[in-house]
Design a protein around this ligand. Sequence first.
Ligand code: ATP
Ligand code: MG
Length: 555
Amino acid sequence: MAEEVVSKNFIEEIIERDLAEGKVRKVVTRFPPEPNGYLHIGHAKSILLNYGLAEKYGGQFNLRFDDTNPTKEKTEFVESIEADVRWLGAEFEDRIFFASNYFDQMYEGAITLIKKGKAYVCDLSAEEIREYRGTLTEPGKNSPYRDRSIEENLDLFERMKNGEFPDGSKVLRAKIDMASPNINMRDPVIYRIARMTHHNTGDKWCIYPMYDFAHPIEDAVEGVTHSICTLEFEDHRPLYNWVVQEIGFENPPQQIEFAKLYLENIVTGKRYIKKLVEQGIVDGWDDPRLVTIAALRRRGFTPASIKRFMELSGVSKANSTSDYAMLEYCLRDDLKLKKKRLMAVLEPLKLVIDNYPEGEVEWLDAPNNLENEELGTRKVPFGRELYIDRPDFMVEPPKKYYRLFPGNEVRLMNAYFVTCVGYETDENGVVTVVHCTYDPETKSGSGFEGRKVKGTIHWVEASHAVPAEFRLYENLVDEEKGVYDPETGEVNVNPNSLTILQGYVEDSLRGTTEVEQYQFVRNGFFCLDCKDATEEKPVFNRIVSLKSSFKLPNA
Ligand code: ATP
Ligand code: MG
């Protein structure tokens, strides 16, 4: 496919202007996840955007765990996030940081504000603070503690740190403007007392900084130049700027917001994914039906396909939803020339070639990918008994059915022409065996170019067939009902989201344990499951089927 001309996104325009004006010399970006769950495809957008900008402008990209909120954070999440970012190809080398390592600087920053008369200790309860804050249409009221002296504030804040006051009894607030039209600027809380054990700092602190105070400091300490976040933080930008300016950072970072990635009819959002995991509706954070990065990887998506998807979905200031089918398109496009096309039978039906010598097996040459000769050829066994896929045979075919039916001739892929001469059924009328005869003159690869047949079907020779499990997926969401039930807020789960089939793959996959993608002809792209496959029994996840009605926008 031709490379499309991609115009610059608005963030690139800002960066290029900053570089041209000399405002920024080296671009520094970061990805700042909160380690409270696994990353999902939305985070992949942020990762690839931040990494891509640093790479494009010869800058630096940091991975920083935003672990200032000690309740929810877990080491399991830290490890999975690091692995996911690496897998996506966003290189951060040893620049892996933890916001909690800056707690001292944050504390110092708070002291600086107090000394400037820009922060005060407030004894109002959380509820009172809310009442005093006002509304969108009404200004707030000053706290009665707002005019405490600098000395008193310094003393109280230190004692907060030393654990002299109970949780929730006091907070430190920025002293900005209770009448500001922006509610975030109405003396926001910047420190709270909370006796919680932190995964990194243990019990060293009993006061913790609030996100809006901590985040700009984290960026500034690391020398981040462009702090890219999603739109919900737009109204927080004045506070972000206030914090870095009042604390006095030189060359402060600038916050730039872009629209989150949303996928039509797909569960994104950590909160919801977490619930599905906890309720056992899916089999863990990496269940291939999810769009966590771990799940996409397990299912068989490639970093290149995800990257391409992000390029096609663009970066903008306007919220919109992207189409999952576009991600599937990107995967097919990435794999179609790179991966072997092998034969696998997902719903086996025995086929017997009555006139083929009993006990004989011949090894036929089969190209690995007709569109890419570099992938070479392999040998596939052929014999009297084969398995074909059940949908490839019909007793009473509809019009335009060109596969096997009584009296019809088809090509067995990479092998001979066969004609159906009969079939057997069980007591319920279900077909159990199809009988054919073959024409030895029609061996493919022997230069045969005689009569034409309309149908070609795939098969696996029975005595060499490797039993395999195939997992086919549909959207986890019941698309007719929409993602969420408006009454309960629960996800509308599609009961058919997983189908497990027991079938066969060809001998060339015997014993494989390599996590690798294949095209199984006519059935789609599959990937060996990294968790459940064994040497004896491979398990394959279907990544996508081959057919799609998806068209590239503007194509
Ligand atoms: P969620 O809303 O799914 O819980 P989050 O925003 O709370 O995600 P964080 O760990 O706080 O998750 O986010 C890390 C970074 O990823 C932030 O910069 C955030 O803006 C970005 N991010 C999260 N979701 C998306 C999304 N859907 N599209 C683009 N960026 C996202
Ligand atoms: Mg969050």
